[in-house]
Design a protein around this ligand. Structure first.
Ligand SMILES: [Zn+2]
Ligand SMILES: [Zn+2]
Length: 372
């Protein structure tokens, strides 16, 4: 009987449970989990801040493991069959319908109403559908991706990798652009790496705390600023100094703070682009102090502001290829020193450390045996 870590209901502590191993349907598989991620979304899940979440829930939407049992056929996008023992990750989004208006006309599968997400909108009642568990049940139609990189290198990017890849794509970064990244959490750090890969001349970052800004510098940020030491005016002055008085060509907001959305617009040059990726959960409206002015902050600036919600198979797939490449994977190799591992029985500590920003990236190792 596999052991899983469960959030029984919003605002409750995570607890361990034993659940029955599933009967495999045709063309499904069982994954023996090596590593699963603890990210900001899991903190919000524990606090009950996401809509449409069925509790009790086994969190962990991005995981790596080995296929321990396959029933029927399981194929990668190149048509090659997976075999038992293969190391894979899989797209956490399941059941994109490819039949609805959003899938077919808007070509925005992240808005497909049929969409389900392992570890977020699949609860324990749907089966072994989260990564904080010894095993995950990969339902028929789950898109697995063969992983040639080692598990840790991939998880150094984790769910932030496809998210940031999507954000950078939305930002249409051009050769020689100066990119401003707001936020130095996992999405911000991955956005720095990928902006540079997408030929930004330089990337600057405003974030906190210091250890995260050090990681930002480590992966190539030209300069960093701790926002706790400066008010909005001070931050703007710093950005202007870095950009010949114009503001950033592209700003990627990856903070989770509503006011940062308005600041992202103010810190961007006229006719520049702003990508909002840090508001995946509802953090409420901007504050009265932020005082968004549609004329000054948006229209007169001729800004292009783009929302970026979730990621699709292409982002996931491209991310895996990049971290599996010996040269391109270097920035993530450098980030491995920022990984902190926890056993299943330590899931509450892991959540607390992520919530308080003590660690850049927390990973659950479900098959490291629980301390007695
Ligand atoms: Zn659809
Ligand atoms: Zn995540």
């Amino acid at each position: 009987m596999p052991v899983v870590a469960v959030i029984p209901e919003p605002n409750a502590e995570v607890e361990l449970r034993e659940v029955a191993s599933p009967e495999l349907e045709q063309d499904s598989a069982l994954l023996e989990v090596e590593l699963s991620e603890v990210c900001g979304t899991d903190v919000y899940l524990q606090r009950g801040l996401l809509q449409g979440v069925p509790y009790p829930l086994v969190p962990g939407h991005v995981s790596v493991g080995r296929l321990s049992k396959i029933r029927g056929g399981l194929f990668d996008v190149e048509g090659r069959p997976f075999r038992e023992g293969d190391r894979v990750t899989f797209l956490d989004v399941h059941r994109i319908c490819n039949a609805c208006w959003y899938c077919l006309v808007a070509k925005a599968t992240t808005r497909c109403p049929q969409r389900k997400v392992y570890g977020i909108t699949y609860g324990l009642d749907d089966g072994l559908c989260g990564g904080w568990a010894e095993q995950i049940y990969l339902k028929p139609g789950t898109r697995c991706i063969r992983l040639e990189a080692d598990a840790e290198t991939f998880m150094a990017g984790g769910c932030a990798l496809p998210t940031a890849l999507h954000a950078v794509e939305r930002g249409d970064i051009a050769i020689g652009d100066t990119v401003l990244v707001l936020g130095s959490g996992p999405v911000g750090i991955n956005a720095i790496i990928l902006s540079l890969m997408r030929s930004a001349l330089k990337v600057i970052c405003i974030g906190a705390p210091t250890h995260r800004l050090e990681a930002a510098s480590q992966v190539g940020a030209f300069d960093v600023l701790n926002f706790e030491d400066f008010d909005e005016r001070g931050r703007l002055d710093w950005v202007l100094e870095q950009t010949k008085g114009r503001g950033a060509d592209v700003t990627i907001e990856a903070t989770g703070a509503p006011d940062a959305v308005v600041q992202a617009m103010r810190f961007t040059r006229d006719a520049g682009r702003v990508v909002i990726v840090g508001q995946y959960t509802d953090h409420g409206p901007v504050s009265a102090e932020a005082a968004f002015n549609p004329h000054l902050d948006l229209n007169k600036k001729h800004l292009d502001v783009r929302g970026c919600w979730g990621s699709d198979f292409s982002h996931f797939y491209r991310g895996v290829q990049i971290v599996s490449d010996p040269v391109r994977s270097m920035p993530w190799l450098a980030l491995k020193s920022n990984l902190h591992r926890y056993r299943l029985s330590e899931a509450n500590e892991a959540l607390a450390d992520v919530a308080q920003g003590h660690v850049l990236k927390a990973l659950i190792e479900p098959n490291e045996k629980t301390a007695a």
